[in-house]
Design a protein around this ligand. Structure first.
Ligand code: B16
Ligand code: MG
Length: 218
């Protein structure tokens, strides 16, 4: 078995379901702009940066805006989103996540976050798990979106590990692709249909331990 030493975690959809709050905030903004926006449309925004998400919404409404206006609208959306995530508590952690991270840490694995969200520090803090991470790579540190491998390569670098010694946990197909582009194995969290490219797929972290998952990766 390969000697895996680093575990890299996506945030939204792996550690916590923030997609529902992103949806509520984008929905409020698009209602105000008179742009139809549904939960199904919101699926297209998962793992996509804030500005790229707004570009998709503008495209749905066949609208254009100058950069300053786009910035102002993204700021407005983020203010509302932050008001929601400020209310997150440890109870919002997805099942089994804390036990999985704590056990992995105790076994000596290095742990990093690899997320597109600029709000990652606030979210990990509210969930009470910031102290379980050795490194945090978020939307403030990377400029290229998944499937570009930048976010995970930077994670490996911050853990001082070679890419091949790291394993990525992702809920999005683009994230799995980013892991493979980085030369890393990918564990999909969610449905096997969406994550068909992942090396293995788990429904979640309930009763799952890192050693068992990595043994299955070979
Ligand atoms: P923010 P992930 C992503 O998180 C979300 O899935 C995506 O919907 C969001 O637009 C993006 O973060 C940026 O978030 O506006 O907070 O900077 O899946 O990469 O952890
Ligand atoms: Mg995600």
């Amino acid at each position: 078995m390969m000697d895996y030493q680093g575990l890299l975690f996506d945030l939204d959809g792996v550690i916590v379901d923030t997609a529902k709050y992103h949806y509520l905030a984008w929905k409020a903004l698009s209602d105000e702009l008179g742009i139809p926006f549904t939960r199904q449309d919101n699926e297209r925004l998962k793992g996509v940066s804030r500005m790229a998400s707004f570009d998709i919404i503008l495209e749905l409404g066949r609208r254009t805006m100058d950069e300053a206006e786009k910035e102002a609208n993204c700021q407005k959306k983020n203010d509302l989103y932050v008001s929601y995530i400020k209310r997150l508590t440890e109870n919002d952690l997805l099942p089994g996540v804390r036990a999985f991270l704590a056990d992995a840490r105790a076994k000596g694995y290095k742990i990093a976050l690899g997320s597109a969200s600029k709000n990652s520090p606030l979210i990990l803090d509210r969930l009470g798990i910031a102290g379980l991470f050795d490194a945090m790579v978020d939307g403030t540190k990377v400029s290229r979106a998944k499937p570009d491998p930048e976010v995970f390569l930077r994670g490996a670098e911050e853990l001082c590990l070679p890419a091949g010694a790291c394993v990525v946990f992702e809920d999005a197909a683009a994230g799995v692709e980013a892991a493979h582009n980085a030369g890393m194995k990918a564990v999909g969290i969610g449905s096997p249909e969406i994550l068909s490219q992942a090396d293995i797929v788990l429904p979640g972290f309930a009763d799952v331990r890192a050693d068992d998952v990595l043994a299955r990766l070979g």
